[in-house]
Ligand binder design. Structure first.
Ligand SMILES: [Zn+2]
Length: 346
């Protein structure tokens, strides 16, 4: 399996995030991707390449031009406010919640940060745009390999993507890599594509992007949003709207859920994807279902991820795997590569 590695990912390196009333060191750190790359190379599971550069117009298939313009210019605006800001990340602190307007982009940078975000856990840094942009190229390059006949491809990138919406960032995500990959497959002529999200956290961005569409099926197995981030989406009664009714499946599970119950939910999701008639699969591969993850609550163990990979392969679909969450940094490499090894060996 070929891996497209985001060689610019470390340019996104947040200093702090807001967590339980305090600014704490970021959980989403460059070492996460470094560990996966090291483990991939140690086991020699296929070639590792840099991504191809895709045109900005491809991003606009998923994200609004206004949002993309903001991401590309936010750091410059921040430093223009005060040269000392080069040493500080940008964190949003004010949001247009219900009854506020979102159609007018404010001039004030703090207000713009709020308009285009959903939490204060996602710092914007000097290298955020460069890293996120190259990450999108990784996901698109992986999708392109499927179109060229590959059975599977892996996008090894950070920051992750599945919480990013059409026009907002959050949950450590800026560009929705999985949605971009799925859309790329659709634009190349595949009629039905499925996005399967197995990160611990619900893929609210991916769901919302495709919620009214019958051509991209979204299925997610995740921590119950009543207690788990992103809290405000991911319930079982969300089944799609308009032409997309029936093309969205959420399987929320309680904190503490172990592998057997989780795996049965995965089976359920893959069965639904099969019945949908998907011609390709994009997997949001979050590794924060691991028992020792510091910000999640399932109890999967390292060996379980071999079975996850085998089961994903058994779906028999051309598959893009996109690296998402997973914050048990020392173990994330072994766990993610176990999925790949299980997939390849199946
Ligand atoms: Zn997650």
């Amino acid at each position: 399996m070929i891996t497209f590695y985001n060689h610019l990912h470390a340019q996104h390196q947040g200093k702090v995030e807001m967590f339980r009333g305090a600014l704490v060191p970021c959980f989403e750190v460059p070492a996460r991707a470094d560990h996966v790359l090291a483990e991939l190379q140690r086991r020699q599971l296929g070639t590792v390449q840099q991504p191809h550069a895709f045109d900005d117009a491809v991003l606009e298939r998923i994200h609004s031009p206004r949002y993309l313009r903001f991401l590309a210019s936010a750091w410059e605006q921040w430093v223009a406010l005060d040269p000392a800001n080069t040493d500080r990340d940008i964190l949003p602190s004010v949001w247009p919640t219900r009854t506020f307007r979102t159609d007018i982009e404010p001039d004030n940078l703090s207000a713009k940060m709020g308009l285009y975000s959903c939490d204060a856990g996602t710092p914007f840094t000097a290298g955020t745009w460069v890293a996120a942009r190259a990450g999108a190229d990784c996901a698109l390059s992986a999708a392109q390999r499927l179109l060229q006949g590959d059975r599977a491809a892996f996008a090894l990138t950070r920051p992750p993507g599945h919480h990013a919406g059409m026009d907002f960032f959050g949950g450590y995500c800026f560009l929705n890599n999985a949605a971009l990959a799925a859309q790329h497959l659709r634009d190349a002529g595949l009629e039905r594509v499925a996005a399967l999200d197995i990160d611990y956290h619900h893929g609210n961005g991916t769901q919302a992007i495709f919620y009214d569409r019958p051509d991209v099926y979204f299925a997610s197995v995740h921590g119950d949003p009543r207690t788990e981030y992103p809290f405000f989406l991911g319930h079982a009664d969300e089944t799609g709207c308009g032409a997309g009714v029936g093309a969205n499946l959420n399987i929320p599970l309680p904190r503490g859920t172990g592998f057997e119950v989780w795996f049965a939910a995965l089976e359920h999701a893959l069965g639904a994807i099969q019945r949908f008639g998907a011609q390709a699969l994009v997997v949001s591969l979050g590794m924060d279902t691991f028992v020792d993850d510091p910000i999640a609550g399932f109890t999967l163990h390292s060996a379980d991820y071999l079975r996850v990979g085998q089961r994903l392969a058994a779906a028999g679909l051309p598959t893009v795997l996109v690296f998402e969450g997973g914050y048990a940094v020392a173990e994330v490499g072994v766990n993610a590569v176990n999925v790949l090894e299980g997939f390849i060996g199946a």
